[in-house]
Design a binder for this molecule. Structure first.
Ligand SMILES: [Zn+2]
Length: 245
């Protein structure tokens, strides 16, 4: 590539237009040259050593940008498809008040809870007994022999602390919504992300007109021109090894 003369401004413009349209005739016209013989002069310009080199360099730069964007999108999609939604929010089942109570009786959380209830008991009312003991937590294991809940326990909903989410959970998580029924965690659509991932990684060789094809043909052409292969996602996948759950 030694001793290639710097391009003239009009030639530079032609290169920029050609990179945008991939059409030498159009590029020749848009670069402001005489439109009469554009269909001959335009393609002929591609044979110019300096112009060809500039186009190759421009293609490489474009490819770099495209591949970075594609990589970024694929990485995000991979994170969404591998994230575990049950780490963000869940429907858990724990003990009812009688599951773990002594003798199957009502179990209080704390002595303070019991004393508060005792104090609140109306005159003439029998104060609540503490014979079921203390230490109730919603998270205690259900007693399958519980006569009160038939061993079904009590359901409760949990939400992860958004500060503790890992990168995959962060991609899946779209935000919190306060509704009249309580808090709602919005999540990305995993099935849709999986579809997109399959499409972008060519798993199903899905044919799509427009952008995807244009990018694909540009990549194929650039690859044919250069021995460098900036995208090599397959290797990257293989390096990752099995995922941890
Ligand atoms: Zn129970």
């Amino acid at each position: 590539m030694a001793n290639v003369r710097p391009l003239l401004p009009r030639q530079k413009l032609f290169v920029a237009e050609y990179l945008a349209s991939r059409n030498a005739t159009d590029a020749y016209r848009k670069a402001g040259s005489a439109p009469k013989d554009a269909d001959v002069a335009g393609p002929r310009l591609l044979g110019n050593v300096g112009i060809a080199a500039a186009i190759r360099k421009g293609m490489d730069e474009l490819l770099e940008i495209i591949s970075l964007k594609v990589e970024d999108i694929v990485t995000k999609l991979e994170l969404i498809t591998t994230a575990d939604p049950s780490k963000l929010t869940g429907h858990h089942i724990g003990a009812c008040r009688y599951c773990r109570g002594v003798g199957g009786k009502y179990q209080w959380r704390t002595s303070r809870e019991w004393m508060d209830e005792t104090a609140a008991a109306k005159k003439g009312e029998k104060p609540p007994t503490a014979s079921g003991g203390f230490g109730y937590r919603r998270t205690l294991k259900v007693n399958p022999d519980c006569a009160e809940c038939d061993g079904l326990g009590q359901a409760y909903v949990v939400f992860a602390d958004t500060r503790d989410m890992d990168p995959a959970e962060r991609e899946l998580f779209l935000g919190v919504k306060q509704t009249q029924h309580g808090i709602e965690y919005k999540m990305a659509d995993k099935a849709h992300a999986l579809d997109q991932l399959a499409e972008r990684t060519g798993v199903f060789q899905k044919r799509d007109e427009g952008m995807v094809n244009a990018l694909a043909s540009a990549l194929i052409e650039i690859r044919a021109r250069t021995s460098r292969a900036p995208i090599n996602r397959k290797e990257r996948h293989d390096d990752k090894g099995p995922r941890q759950h």
